[in-house]
Design a protein around this ligand. Sequence first.
Ligand code: BGC
Length: 369
Amino acid sequence: MKRKAVRILLVTVMAIAAMGCGNTSVNDTGTDDDAIVGNDNTENAATEEENSVENIDVADMTDKKVGICIYQFSDNFMTLFYNELENYLLSRGFKKENIIIVDGENDQTTQTGQIDRLISEDVDVLIVNLVNPSSAKAITDKAVTAEIPLVYINREPDADEEQRWEENDWDVTYVGCDARQSGIYQGELIVDLGMDNVDLNDNGKVDYIMVKGDLESIDTQYRSEYSLKALTDAGIEVNCLYEEVGNWQQNQAQQIVADALEQYGTDIEVVFCNNDAMALGAMQAIQAAERTVGEDIYLVGIDALSEAIENVMLGNMTGTVFNDYISQSRSTVDAAINYLTGKENEHYIACDYLKVTQDNVQDFLDMLN
Ligand code: BGC
């Protein structure tokens, strides 16, 4: 399947080696080819994508209605995302009263009902962050039947579904980042510390725990797998002590890490969390157990939430990976405007993750505040 990956630097991914306590399997749901986009500096964050709309200033969006379905408002990252979506829509000439944003409350039946309602209210374009990516086929069929263009965000439908959009030349696309890249970057944050620092018990392995997002999300599967792959590709042996699903939530992760610390104590060298909300929960558990990040344990997240960036700055987190919600929101709106003005989009619109380390954390603080 053809993909437009902007600023592709690295395009080879080797065969997947299953690792970890529970061997999270990678179903080939999201990214069907072997391209991974790579990029290491902050300059490209939030810049206009190649896909960006042309002549947007002349297109009048004042009467266009947009329906935005978010899988769950209580998700910190998605809150940043939909706020940015709204701001950017306003800056592109949409009117606030024509932007309808609804909370799927992490329930696909609720979200499907909301989509039915938005369709019956004649929205001109739909932006959908699916609760269950496996429901994409049914949702796409509804939008196509109603002749409403559709932009999926964040929770990627599977490769077969994306193939249908292309084969039928439908006005349907996905905007997101390749979760494998975020996993690799997260693993590299640990690799770059050097085994002398990380292998605290000198057993020649990195003894870790993994706190996962929800299992429906391809981000969970790829991040869990590729963070470890970065270590093994660097010749480092890994040893999983504990892994558990924290559903992207801070409080669940806090409990998981508290339990793991009680059970495995100082054997735990690294705590991998699939996102920052969970890394912040892990950080609370680590502090409650009187362990010190950077001295007797390491902790990495993904997203670069403000609170996480501040804690990287303070040394309470080893590092994180910027999940560029600004670029993703803008590409989403630009794609929607393209459809609304009779233009086409590629059926996959990519963006890059960026590593956040002690060395460049100030750049992110400056950029995001
Ligand atoms: C983010 C998570 C978020 C999830 C929701 C991921 O890309 O990193 O923070 O909870 O998307 O689907």
